[in-house]
Design a binder for this molecule. Structure first.
Ligand code: PRP
Length: 215
């Protein structure tokens, strides 16, 4: 790595709903993108801090970019990190934003169930682990979105999904019945980057920790 590269730090953010809160948090520690990320179609943004860039990725890709060192740091939901196995990076800080819950949900008027139920989710590893720990055998069906439709249409008996306000479940006649895990956004850091760019990255971790924990 050249001296110039050593001064450059890239933070990968999750696009969509979590982006607003992530940008608010960065703003509180003095980091602002130089253009409006909400309206631009660009994927990498310079900030007011020289050498510090922001990258906007799909939630499932944030850890991959951090693990491979393309992004030095990332902000990603614990749901996605749990699903992917939480390996290959440091996870120094709970950012306490993007709070929601991983839940099992069912039709509010659920009838009798077969001995072996079908569970639809995009979090197939979390779902399999959850039922395995309970000692219950289920068939897990992988979906990529609109999980709520699965019990309504008969594709699956239950779903494992994140619940924030509960509005989506309610609008589709579902209720949350079992709690699997609390979810917030986490700061993740590439292992080599933390060594090679220690001063800058540790400074950012400390600034974020002070802000998040009100120290
Ligand atoms: C998530 C989740 C639910 C919804 C829950 O989807 O899959 O559908 O949010 O939020 P609520 O409890 O506030 O209604 P998201 O909107 O993130 O889109 P996705 O299906 O692309 O994950």
């Amino acid at each position: 790595m050249s001296d110039n590269q050593l001064n450059n730090v890239t933070i990968a953010l999750t696009k969509g709903r979590p982006l607003t809160q992530a940008l608010e948090l960065l703003s509180k520690i003095g980091i602002e993108p130089v253009e409006d990320m909400a309206v631009s179609r660009k994927l990498v943004f310079e900030t007011n801090r020289s050498g510090l860039s922001l990258m906007v990725l799909r939630s499932v890709d944030v850890a991959t970019y951090v693990e491979h060192g393309i992004a030095d740091m990332g902000m990603a939901g614990r749901d996605v990190l749990l699903e992917q196995g939480e390996q290959g990076y440091y996870q120094p800080l709970d950012l306490k934003i993007g709070a929601c819950d991983l839940m099992v949900a069912a039709l509010a008027d659920e009838g009798p169930l077969p001995a072996r139920i079908k569970v639809a989710s995009k979090f197939v590893n979390i779902a399999k682990r959850y039922y395995a720990e309970k000692g219950v055998q289920v068939d897990v069906i992988k979906l990529y979105g609109a999980m709520e439709l699965a019990p309504v249409t008969g594709l699956a008996h239950r779903i494992v999904d994140i619940v924030e306000t509960g509005n989506t479940l309610k609008a589709n006649g579902l209720v949350a019945i079992e709690h699997i895990a609390k979810v917030t956004s986490r700061l993740i850091v590439n292992k080599t980057s933390l060594k090679m760019k220690h001063v800058v990255i540790q400074g950012l971790i400390d600034d974020l920790a002070r802000e998040v924990n009100g120290e």
